[in-house]
Design a protein around this ligand. Sequence first.
Ligand SMILES: [Zn+2]
Length: 522
Amino acid sequence: MVTLYDTTLRDGTQREGMSLSVDDKLRIAMRLDDLGVHYIEGGFPGSNPKDIEFFARAGDLKLETAVVSAFGTTCRKGVAAEDDEGLRALLDTGCKALCVFGKAWDVHVTDALNASLDENLRMVRDSIALLKAAGRTVFFDAEHFFDGYRANPGYALDVCRAAAGAGADAVVLCDTNGGTLPQDVARVVREVAGALPGVALGIHAHNDGACAVANSLVAVDAGCTHVQGTANGYGERAGNADLVSIIAALVLKMGDDCVSADQLRLLTEVSHFVAETANVSPNPHQPYVGASAFAHKGGVHASAVARLPEAYEHIDPARVGNLARVVVSELAGRASLTMKAAELGIDLTGDQATAAKVLDGIKELEHRGYSFETADATLEVMLKKELGTYEPFFTLESFRCLMEKREDGRVMTEATVKVHVGGHRYIATAEGNGPVNALDGALRIAIGRFYPALDDIELTDFKVRVLDEKKGTGAVTRVLIESGDGEKSWGTVGVSENIIEASWEALVDSVEFGLAHPKPAD
Ligand SMILES: [Zn+2]
């Protein structure tokens, strides 16, 4: 069984623009534990106070399988391990598992560290021996191992031997610069395994050559039993090895039981949870877990998938908690629309006449500039209108939007809506930083007293594209709105020659969908 060592909370946070609070880190740790990850590296206690707070609070986490680990470096040059502050900080975290890195590339030792090759071996040996003597599980990250092995294989192996000899529980071969190719990783891991029999080996890959997942998998095939990576591949530069893809491949394609079938079904959810917590939009095209990872677009293709999913899907998406999804577009046939409707909880199988009618409607709307690929919620509203099951939550009498550019450079927008709801007429006005924001505010004031669930609905993303219509009256604007209630998200679309009208359309569908599918009460 492969040991999974997650470093999202340490190496992952090296990603440009990513910052996690201590609470974020604790929440992510809980979810990684649900997924069945064995070790969760929480941070570098010597490097910042946030990590020290994390370790102070991590002791209270109720983890099922995962062990929290702290990361640090070997003792400093010329300093005895027992006198080294960094090693002391590692022990002080109280973590049962610790990971220290040391140099494995000779020029880094002599030129960057300015130490002798023997002194570096001492630092590795003494540091690991000290941590082992304290009763901890200790992993050794051999930094720049693959580049070092290319330059001076004998010395790179000596570093690994020093770590193993001092009792390291695994010697982790790091592709720190991330440029090594899978065939070289496979060959080197085999050579190292041959040279160091009985030593547990690990892999820590970066994605600079777009090979981090492949490198991790070939390393396991060649004898590594410990894999380090991050959720969604977050990390510095091009990122780390994506543990999400690695876990799926290990279990589904390599027969490893690093996580159970039940844990694997949490993969999509945990991946999205980490993304949302880190405030990164989930990548729809991410293998295994992306919203488009099992999306079928072509009409013929989609109907074939319905009959024989194995013909077009490399795994059953349910095994990683994802869904096959039909992308409705001009290319869609009746079969794909029926499947799409089923996803939305609407049964069209016995009503092919309606299916055909809706399909014609979709084709007509797409011709006018609508796009339903990320606008399932608008599609649902449309289907309900066609089936006669649509009940509006309010009706619009009128809206008005005023924009004012002021002398000091500020732009203010004010919107007034007049709506009818529950037999009454309401007028509300709100200000905003733009028309959508102001209309949204006014609509919430007007109907909020009837629909408290509106408080949960938030507009999370807003995209505008000007479409160049070949024929007719000139350009139209397409507005896509993403909304969420903290549990699910949905997309809506509006199209008009007028950007405010297009925005209003998408906004109304968003609110109607959100109100039709309220979040279950806690
Ligand atoms: Zn790294």
